[in-house]
Each structure stands twice: as C-alpha cells, then as structure tokens.
Design a protein around this ligand. Structure first.
Ligand code: GAF
Length: 393
C-alpha cells in the first residue's frame, strides 16, 4: 500500500498546538517548503549541468513568532531527528553544533544576520528524513520563508539569492557541499510540473507533468549507508580535477570526444566519473523533451540508463537501490516505464514512472520482492506539487 501523505492542515494544527503548549502563546507566522524527487539528472548540478526535479507533496512547516529576548527557542516534532528535540541558542552568536537538525535552522538564520530578531518556533514535517528526498532543503527553505516575514527582513531579496542563501546554510552549517538543485526546486516547484533547471544559468523551465494516466512513484529503500558523508565531496572534487585536465570551466563543457582525447591523462575511475556526468547531462535534456512530447517510453529508457550509469560509472548506488530498480523493471510492459535511484545515493529512494491504473499492482510486486530479500520499502504516489509558501495563520 502507498503511504498516506499527511495533509498540510493536519501538520499545521499539530505544530500550532505544540507551539502553544511549549511557549504559552499562539504562533503568528508560518511557512512550508516541500521535499523533492529528482526525475533525472543526478550529480550534474555541481557540474553546471541540467537537473529535472519536481517538488513533492511532503512538506516541512515552521510556525512561530519573533521575540525580543535575543534567544531563539526551537522545537521539532519531525520523526527521526536527533535528540534533543528542543534547543535554545542566541541569535547574536550562531554556531553549528548539536542537535544536528537545528543546524539547518541556524544556518539559514546566519544568512539573514542583522536583519532577523530572535524567535520561538516549532518544526513539523512529512518529508521522510534521510530518505534522499531533501528533507534538509525543505527545512532550510521553510525556515527562510518563515524568517523573511519578520519585520526588518528585506522581502525584496531576488529569488535566486534566497535559494543561494539556503544552499550556503547547508554548506556552512551541515558541512555538505551540495549543488543548487534541492533548494531551487523546494523554493520554486509548481503543482503539475517538473522543472528543467540549467544549473549554469540558474534558469528553470517548467515542464507539465499532469497526465492523469501516469504517476510518479517514490520508493524509500529505508537504508542509508554511512558512506554518504565522505563520498559526495570526493565525487565533487574528482569532477573539478577532471575539468582542469580536460581544460574546461566545468564538466558541462566537456564532450565525449574531449574525454576520449584525454583518456590517457585520467585514471580509470575518474574517466568513468566524467563519462557519467557527460552522458547524464545529455540524457536529462533528452528526457525533458521526451516528457514534453508525452513520450514515456523514451523517458523510462533514459531513467534506466541513468541508473546504470550511476551504479557502474559514478558508483553511488547500493544493493538495495539496485534491487528496487530491478524489481520495478520486471514490471515493464505491465505499467512501468522506467525507474532509477534518485538523489545523492548510497540509500534513500528510487523514482519510478508508472501507469496510474497499474500502480497498486506494481507497489505490491516490488514490496513483496523487496521483503523477500530482507528489507521493507515505503511507497509514496507523488503528484508534482508547489514550492515553498508563506502560510497565513
Ligand atoms: C544531493 C545534493 F544535495 C544535490 O545538490 C545533488 O548534487 C544530488 O545530491 C545529486 O544529484 O541531493
């Protein structure tokens, strides 16, 4: 069975109730921001390439009020976060530390320093944590949208600056040198659309994804391998060094011919990393066109090629993700167009494009197969949803 996605109203009620209980007053401001699933274009954003994500119906909410005490007081109700769930810190001296979940809040506040007052806040979320669907970007962007409503904060900051501030929060306070995709889509997603984002120009193009006969199925492998922390920066560095060797500003500018010409100057591993990036950027562009033309067969084929490239050349998949993709693709011809790992890798989720009329059968099939190999998957049928929004209380 697919997981029920909690309505925003119910999350909001829970957050407001918890706020009143803890702070003995009603919150005055609120904002929400979604997680994301990337349809195709993985590990291309930090290479100035294309990505093709959509915003999820699962969201993070921040409710709260400005205060004059100088001390921020924040509680989270989000499942799976590290303890303690309540913490205090001075707005005048923002430093990363424990608990980890609050670093995303502090990191964003640090980007608005001098303009935002201290605040009380409660966080609640339906975005699965550590599932590779950007629970961290959702918290950063929701925090930004919450804080920007406070007096003294410049509301005219261009959208791209807001996105970059949220990305910087993640770099500085979570130590994750991420690209721009997650914060961008969380801030700007649109209901019924995926977003083809050119990470060089930072311009996005909305592509309709609202065919009632097709659904996006997100499957959580419920595993997260510890490698994640170190492997991502390593990949990023390998790409930067390869770009130098190929004498291009970034791998976006590299071609297969250039790669072949420099093959002897690259070690075998780096060669494969570059091959992934070059081919993935091309696939992403092609996939967006296929979707625009309603050509789901081509889109699905490109998804599988993307997965294979991430598994073999970029080496960011894992056994469980490979199994989920394999089981999904066993239902090709029975409603499944394509499937792949999504996000940074080493666990988290897969994304599958599937006919609506067959989705329950496909869920059952994958679920049973995955249980038989000793794991338990969680399924979400996800309509492309809106990006971050202020909520009027
Ligand atoms: C993570 C990062 F945060 C993104 O910027 C992106 O690089 C992704 O991994 C891989 O495509 O989600």
């Amino acid at each position: 069975m697919a997981q029920e996605i909690r309505p925003v109203d119910s999350l909001l009620q829970e957050a407001c109730k918890a706020f009143e209980k803890r702070f003995k007053s009603k919150p005055t401001l609120a904002a929400k921001a979604p997680g994301r699933v990337n349809l195709i274009g993985e590990h291309t954003d930090y290479n100035a390439g294309f990505v093709f994500p959509m915003a999820l119906p699962m969201v993070t909410l921040v409710v709260g009020s400005p205060t004059t005490s100088g001390t921020c007081r924040v509680e989270t109700l989000a499942a799976g976060t590290d303890n303690p769930r309540y913490t205090e810190f001075p707005i005048g001296d923002l430093k990363k530390g424990a608990p980890k979940w609050c670093n995303y809040v502090k990191g964003v506040a640090a980007q608005m320093i001098g303009t935002v007052p201290s605040f009380d806040a409660v966080v609640v979320s339906s975005v699965p944590l550590g599932g590779g669907v950007s629970s961290s970007a959702a918290l950063e962007v929701a925090t930004y949208k919450f804080l920007e409503q406070m007096e003294g904060v410049n509301a005219d900051v261009p959208l791209i600056q807001k996105i970059l501030k949220c990305q910087k929060a993640e770099h500085d306070f979570a130590g994750m040198p991420c690209g721009i995709m997650d914060q961008y889509i969380s801030m700007t997603g649109r209901e019924g659309h995926a977003l083809l984002l050119d990470c060089r120009s930072e311009q996005g193009k909305l592509v309709p994804l609202s065919d009632p006969n097709v659904v996006v199925l997100v499957t959580n492998s419920n595993v997260k391998h510890e490698l994640t922390g170190s492997e991502y920066p390593t990949r990023r560095k390998q790409c930067q060094e390869a770009a130098k060797i190929l004498e291009v500003p970034s791998l976006r500018d590299a071609t297969e011919a250039m790669l072949e010409a420099k093959k002897s100057s690259l070690d075998e591993e780096t060669y494969r990393r570059v091959r992934h990036v070059i081919s993935e950027i091309k696939r992403t562009d092609e996939a967006a066109t296929a979707l625009e033309n309603g050509d789901y067969q081509t889109f699905g084929r490109l998804m599988v090629e993307s997965h294979n490239s991430l598994r073999d050349d970029y080496e960011v998949s894992c056994k469980e993700l490979d199994q989920l993709v394999e089981f999904a693709m066993q239902k090709k011809g029975d409603g499944v167009y394509g499937s792949r790992m999504t996000g940074g890798g080493f666990g988290g989720c897969t994304v599958t494009l599937v006919e609506r009329r067959n989705v329950q059968k496909v869920i059952e099939y994958i679920g049973e197969k995955y249980t038989a190999v000793g794991n338990k998957a969680t399924f979400y049928v996800c309509p492309p949803s809106d990006g971050a929004k202020k909520i009027t209380l």
